[in-house]
Design a protein around this ligand. Sequence first.
Ligand SMILES: *Cc1c(COP(=O)(O)O)cnc(C)c1O
Length: 400
Amino acid sequence: MKFISTRGKSDPVTFSQALQNGLAPDGGLYVPEAFPQFDPDTITGVQDIIAPFLYDDILENHVEEICNNALNFDIPLTILDENTSILELFHGPTSAFKDVGARFLSECFSTLAEIDPSIKKTILVATSGDTGGAVASAFHNKKNFNVKIYFPYQGVSERQQKQLTCWDNNIESFAVKGNFDDCQRMVKEKLSEDKVTYSSANSINIGRLLPQMTYYALASINRPGISFIVPTGNMGNVVAAFWAKMMGFPIDRINIATNANSTISKLFTTGEYQKQATVQTIANAMDVGHPSNMERLLYLFPELDVLKSICEVRSVSDEEIKETIIKTKEQYDYIPCPHTATALKFKEECEGPWTIIGTAHPAKFETVIEPLIGETIEMPPALGELMELTNNYEIIEQIK
Ligand SMILES: *Cc1c(COP(=O)(O)O)cnc(C)c1O
């Protein structure tokens, strides 16, 4: 299996090369050259879904071990009523679904380093919240790897900051005096200065996207004809859902919920893609005005009308998110995080049964949720343990 660039001007590469390149040399994003077709009856676990994508790759014989090490936490389906269920992706070590992609990426990198000691070993991450914590947790104490995390000084929540800075040994954290865009710019500069030393773990990396297909596939095997509402920012999780559908898994519809950043819903109504300035919302992990994975979705659906015939989009305001959190708690005694709440809001307008993608544990966003519901949210044990560790970070003006 080869991976090709959405812009068509780079050579096809293997999975491991795409993993290390991050972005294709022509500036495009890597996508699989073809989608293997599956008979759902033959799938025994995630490794069966991933294996064809690593066929003929240097990691080919390590797929099962990588999947077992990376995806070793539960992804339960919680039923709220006959038409509403939530696929909870947030039971990993940092309580957000980014653990799925980050842990798979780190297992792939460290297995590669055992086979080929010359691969790049310093991973750079710019983060506005959840990504940095998941990547740090996934790479912590991985032999031969260093991670440098750049986050906006005073720009993340207290619990998010804890998750970014509670590490030691091979993880370094930097609070940058600037916003997320400054962090991202600094990481990009450093990456282009020294391609030999540095790699990135940002969300366009194929190594983060591939494992995300598997929970859609497995959920559809358990419930053929399932439809999903995916809360999204950078559209990675949406692309993964469509890829699973392309492979023949019995998925019906895939709807998209965003926060007040409405680039996608404007595209669906006007037919034109126009990137917008990012709006800050209470679902902050989805604050994206120019979703980079849109390029992968439009590559899959060059005709917007085809996409629109199987998929709808809804932009949800902060006010609606708050109302939905209160209502869901009252109606079902269930507390969604603000991101998951955008999909639950959209669900109210969709007919029939839908599965909501639950992207974070509500305890990560307690400052938003607790005043709304008037009670304290219990922390999952893994998150609680991280909160006990000491903070470790340097405040910087410029990249180090
Ligand atoms: C990153 C994130 C999202 C958005 O995921 P995309 O792949 O960018 O669509 C949604 N919710 C949470 C909690 C996240 O951390």
